[in-house]
Design a protein. Sequence first.
Length: 148
Amino acid sequence: MSYTISIVVHGPGDDPNHRSHWSFALYRDNSVIGNVLHVVLLDLNKLIYGFDKRTGVSYHSRSSEGIFTVANLTHSQYLQADRIISQEPPPRNGKDRCQDWAYNCIIALEVEEIVPSGTSQWISGLVGQPAAVVEKMTGSRWKRTFRS
């Protein structure tokens, strides 16, 4: 049985001050149910985030623009990815946001060889981009969701 790790892009992100929210979706191939892992904003003025994980839920959201595949995983890699992402500290430095946290997670996954070499370089080019640009840059990896 194979699994997928994807990033769900919420909101258009057209304003640099209001970028799209990114969350991870870990799921069995051909399923819309899986684990959703992300950070949520706790304090807007200080840009302090907290980690949130929901298991056994639909990763399709009415607020999402779309979802793009990061990598296909074995069951063992799926479990490792879930653990690594869950342990990545949420932003608390007054500068980083959810996309930066997602990028840091990708680096950690790449170091542990869960995602292919070069994935972090690819994702770094998507950070801060509007959803429409992310869609174009991810090509066939992109799937539209309810909102789109």
